[in-house]
Write a protein that binds this ligand. Sequence first.
Ligand SMILES: [Zn+2]
Length: 300
Amino acid sequence: MTNLTNPIFHDEDKAREHLEALRWPDGPWCPHCGSTNAKRLEGRSYTPGALYCRDCRKKFTVAVGTLFERSHVPLHKWVLAFQLLTSSKKGMSAHQLHRMLDVTYKTAWFIGHRIREAMREPAGAGPLGGANKVAEADETFVGGKAKNRKSTAPVRPKEAVMAPVERDGRVRSFHVASVDAQTLRPILTAQLDRKSYLMTDESTVYTKTGREFGGHGTVNHSIEEYVRGGFWHTNTVESYFAILTRGIFGVYHHVSPKHLKRYVGEFDFRYNARGISDAARADTALRGIEGKRLTYRRTG
Ligand SMILES: [Zn+2]
């Protein structure tokens, strides 16, 4: 259970110290030149948390070179926003962040997207699955508007998301333009170790690609097939999609196709960090602020 009484969520100095401890576990280093030869600038004439690099003679704070650089939002609100978004199973809308953080809606929207950026898995994270491992893959559809009986407007087509999930492991979701073998194959072969045992439904989009893996099992959903021997099933990916679709539909309502990738990444992050405490999960995301910047015109 998330404890929001921690002073890092309310006190600017405590929030900054928390970020410094996460970013600089072995002491501060200069984000301009990498030097560890830095001293603190104490005194009222300096920005709180300011440091001075004796090598390149530039000033910096813990926010420089991160997603927080040039943000006018106090650090304790950032830290609180990270906690809220990483601990809410189905996410948190910009409207709710706006109310809970007492920032404008627009700022809350930017905060949400910056946090999703921090949650993004670093490149080169390696394939899922492996020898003697089962990887389930499936597709779902999200982002469509609920049918409004009063409206005669056509229902917007839903967006397809496909996800390979390592059983008892990690997930990686992808917003795909269409659900066909040609689209899914490059994702599966890039994201899954070829030695994995692939488990899918009987959809023909997996038939050919399945032969490229250590094995391929299929589950027939059209007949009521029970989990055979605890092995032939796709319950892992189905449970994951249940949270994803409920979250996208219930919390985020109108996710534009342009941003869907970021939202599914947010659900991936929480799923992949499911085995740790809320505080540890928030810290994992906070470590992701390093070296990332968003180039939106307006800053939060
Ligand atoms: Zn320097």
